[in-house]
Design a protein around this ligand. Structure first.
Ligand code: M6R
Length: 604
């Protein structure tokens, strides 16, 4: 969720680092910083907000001579976007930049006596490094051993770059779960968390594997694996353009973001499942307990996530839930429960209608909570409490990974609340926990499934409309599938509760009406089956998304069989996302920037 860069050589380093960070700014931009190790002293610059603020702080400063330098652009997860929380983090002689999450940072911190300046998980790395090096001199080998000892203590995900005044001309690096690459050129050595900053500087790069770590100088590289064995560096040719590099080989950002969903779900769980309970860093364990009801308010895709949340909160926490479309809610003169919690859900945190709804609830004295993907956004600042969605920057206008993150976060919230009310016994909790973890695997795009959807999509480029239908949790998913399709394909699509079709829409059924049936095996199977049979009997063309055989389907997109409804939900979510995208691509549309739409709707 952050971007990191490094440089070792004799060239002027501030401009190299700032240019590299600009290529990564799309990943996170709530604060940034650089550290320049020239001969044997480090100079750091940090600033809150966009990179221009950091460039202004650097001003006319330029490095001269040999330098080892590191830089970071941040998308806050632990601690607010302040200068103190911006990377690099330093202690007496070293500085570190980190991308990822150190899950056990609080335990590690409690073992250290050195003073911490930030609220981040990352700062613990530099403290551990200096502790392990203390008393072992300043030979590069001692520093390498201290770096290794530090890595041995870290749990979680990371890409790390570290410099120390005791070892000039060197950058210590490590990768586990967060990308990191290195390239060499006549000008020196370049490191980055994606290819984009290396383009135009190096022809080839080594993409480190998980568990690899080591040290680099301007023209040498030592690589070790997780067991400490020496690894022979392997370099691959870099892509031709920066835009292509940002998309990391995918045709569109939307496609890349669909493929990123396993990482997003894993990031959401990181550090939140402790001692058999769900914990949120944002508020104390018993904060939710006194609320008598909950209102979820949002727009578009976020509204669909809210609907999913309402099923989960009712079921798992037995909470009375209302779901509101923000643009309707704000003008309705709503009657609010003074003892209720008002929750806004938003990718951007800037959607005008949702923001105004939040202000209205706040003005009426309600407790407020924002679930947003952008820290420091207007909603996060306005709400009493907030939970960051941890989806990373979403570039495609059609929301995909942010929706997955919203649903996952609402599920965690429902479990947290259910536990606080004592509703989840050991067996129930074990079942939910297994499903939470299983979700990460379920949203991994299987190449055969993607290929099947790609091939099938050519049959669905015409007709007079699509009906996505589902029941229970799969009804909001049907709404979301229809929204995805219409946003990027410009074809007419509706989402409908399957049981409602016979109350009117079935009049539209003929061979040119495409029914996309979300036929969950775990949830009301017999009911959805008979709803789809009714449509088939009226000649509607049926695409069944299901783990079961269904002979009336014209096409089946088969998902795996699951025991938990949320696993079926997440697997079907990927299918409807891919189906919409493949249809839109075949129609020649730019799925990242569909016509008439904007990523953030800051007007009414
Ligand atoms: O940033 P928000 O989540 O508040 O945005 C709400 C909607 O504008 C947004 O979800 C929109 O519907 C997307 N384009 C859906 O893909």
């Amino acid at each position: 969720m952050c971007g990191i860069v490094g440089y070792i050589g004799n060239q002027e380093a501030t401009s190299i680092l700032l240019a590299g960070l600009r290529e990564l700014e799309y990943r996170g931009y709530d604060s940034a910083g650089i550290a320049l190790l020239e001969t044997s002293s480090v100079k750091t610059f940090k600033a809150v907000g966009k990179l221009d603020n950091l460039a202004a702080k650097v001003g006319s400063y330029r490095s001269s001579g040999a330098v080892a330098a590191i830089g970071h652009t941040r998308w806050a997860t632990h601690g607010k976007p302040t200068e103190a929380n911006a990377h690099p983090h330093g202690l007496t002689h070293s500085q570190v930049v980190h991308n990822g999450i150190i899950e056990n940072y609080q335990n590690l911190k409690s073992t250290l006596s050195t003073p911490f300046l930030s609220q981040t998980d990352s700062e613990v790395i530099v403290h551990l490094f200096e502790k392990h090096l203390d008393g072992h001199g300043n030979a590069p080998d001692a520093a390498l051993a201290a770096f290794r000892a530090t890595l041995d203590e870290l749990h979680g995900a990371y890409a790390i770059l570290l410099v120390s005044e005791l070892t000039p001309g060197r950058v210590f690096y490590a990768r586990k779960g967060s990308p990191l690459q290195i390239g060499f050129a006549a000008g020196g050595c370049y490191l980055a968390s994606s290819d984009a900053p290396l383009l135009g500087l190096c022809d080839k790069a080594m993409h480190f594997e998980d568990g690899q770590w080591g040290v680099a100088t301007a023209d040498t590289l030592q690589v070790f694996d997780a067991n400490g064995a020496v690894v022979e560096p392997l370099f691959a040719v870099l892509p031709a353009s920066s835009a292509a590099a940002q998309k990391e080989g995918f045709r569109y950002f939307m496609e890349k973001e669909i493929y990123e969903q396993p990482q997003v779900l894993a990031d959401i769980l990181t550090g939140r499942l402790r001692d058999g309970a769900v914990e949120f860093e944002a508020f104390p364990a018993d904060w939710l307990r006194p609320f008598r009801s909950i209102t979820l308010c949002a727009c578009g895709t976020s509204y669909h996530a809210a609907l999913v949340g309402s099923y989960l909160l009712e079921r798992l926490a037995r909470m009375p839930v209302k779901v509101e479309i923000a643009s309707e809610f704000r003008y309705r003169v709503p009657v609010l429960d003074p003892e209720g919690l008002f929750v806004v859900i938003s990718q951007s945190g800037e959607t005008a209608d949702t923001l105004e709804a939040l202000k209205l609830a706040k003005a009426q004295g309600l407790a407020t909570l924002a679930l947003c993907n952008v820290d420091n956004s207007s909603m996060i600042r306005e709400a009493a409490q907030s939970i960051l969605l941890r989806a990373g920057i979403e570039k495609g206008v059609a929301s995909t990974k942010a929706f997955a993150a919203q649903v996952m976060t609402l599920w965690l919230l429902a479990l947290h609340w259910g536990q606080a009310k004592g509703l989840l016994d050991g067996e129930r909790w074990a079942r939910e926990l297994a499903a939470l973890r299983g979700g990460i695997d379920v949203v991994k795009v299987q190449p055969a499934l993607h290929e099947r959807i790609h091939r099938l999509s050519k049959r669905y480029l015409h007709g007079h409309g699509f009906f996505f239908i589902g029941r229970d949790l799969f009804y909001p998913l049907a709404l979301e599938g229809a929204l995805k399709l219409k946003e990027i394909s410009y074809l007419h699509a509706e989402g409908y509760p399957a049981g409602e079709m016979k109350h009117g829409p079935i009049a539209l059924a003929d061979a040119g009406l495409f029914t996309i049936a979300l036929m969950a095996r775990t949830t009301l199977w017999d009911k959805i089956k008979s709803n789809v049979e009714e449509l088939s009997a009226r000649d509607s063309t049926i695409v069944a998304i299901t783990p079961e055989d269904f002979e009336l389907a014209d096409d089946i997109i088969r998902i795996r069989a699951h025991v938990h409804p949320m696993l079926e939900f997440f697997e079907m979510m990927v299918v409807v996302q891919l189906l919409s995208m493949e249809i839109a691509i075949r129609l020649g549309n730019d799925v990242d920037m569909p016509r008439n739409l904007a990523k953030s709707v800051t007007v009414e």
